[in-house]
Design a protein around this ligand. Sequence first.
Ligand code: CO
Length: 137
Amino acid sequence: MVELLLINLDHVGIAVEDLDASLADFKRMYGVDPSHREVVESQGVEEAMLAVGGSFVQLLQPMDDDGPVARFIQKRGPGLHHLAFAVADVAAALTHLEAEGAELIDSKPRIGGWGKTIAFVHPRAFAGTLIELVESP
Ligand code: CO
C-alpha cells in the first residue's frame, strides 16, 4: 500500500569541490545561471540551485572538512550525491517510510536550503542512493 505521493523530482544534488568554478563550467557548457545561492550552516555546505525545466540541479560545496558532503567527496570524489523528491508532507512521508522499514537519516523533518522542510533517507534504504524529501513552505 503506497501512501507516499511523490509530486516531482525537485532536484538532483551534485557534490563539488569549488562552487564558483562549477557554476562557471555549468554556465559555459549548459547556459544556466543559478536561481539561488545560499550557505546552509546545518549541512555545512554552500549550495546553488540551477533551474532545469520543472526541476533543479543543486551544486553543493562543503564549507569544512568534516561535514557529510566533505566526507562524501573525500571517499568518492565530486559527483552525484542525492535525489530530492517533492512531497506534500515530509513528516507523513517519514512515518510511512519508517513503517516500510526504511533506514532514515532524519527521524524528524528539519529546515534546509530555501527555508524548505526536508529530511534524508539513508542510501542503505534503496539502491545505495541518498534520497531527500522536500516540502515547500
Ligand atoms: Co538537496
